[in-house]
Write a protein that binds this ligand. Structure first.
Ligand SMILES: [Fe+2]
Length: 134
């Protein structure tokens, strides 16, 4: 462990309208993932804490809560994020999207489909989100 310990400040969050693909290169990171809860405790899934060493890819889907933590003893660590669909909020910040010129700007912010009609397949860990309380 480096002097002072590992960085312990992380930023857990979720996205409503887009998926995130993170490429870890170089270095080693821990990707923390928490699945959405339902009202049935038997459906809850344990948190995941995957150790990823470059080159590695991790996908975060809504509404999963996630964060990535660098674990390094001074080595360089890098993370590149891709979002699908394109993030409207990032596209409107100069310098935020490196290849912004390659994409035509939409005239207005796309409609949000967050929590509207998402139905996950039975094999998806988020399928518990499909059932609503009666
Ligand atoms: Fe994210």
């Amino acid at each position: 462990m480096p002097p002072g310990g590992y960085k312990i400040r992380v930023y857990p969050h979720s996205h409503d309208d887009f998926e995130q693909v993170s490429i870890i290169h170089p270095g080693t990171m821990v990707h923390h993932m928490r699945r959405a809860w339902s009202r049935n405790l038997n459906e809850w899934l344990p948190d995941e804490h995957e150790i990823l060493t470059a080159p590695a890819v991790v996908i975060s889907k809504p509404p999963d809560i996630h964060t990535t933590q660098a674990v390094t003893a001074g080595e360089r660590v890098g993370l590149i994020d891709f979002f699908a669909p394109v993030r409207w909020d990032f596209s409107n910040i100069d310098g935020m999207v490196v290849n912004r010129a390659e994409y035509p700007m939409l005239p207005q912010q796309p409609k949000s489909y967050a929590r509207v009609a998402t139905v996950y397949s039975a094999s998806d860990p988020r399928a518990a989100s499909n059932r609503r309380p009666t």
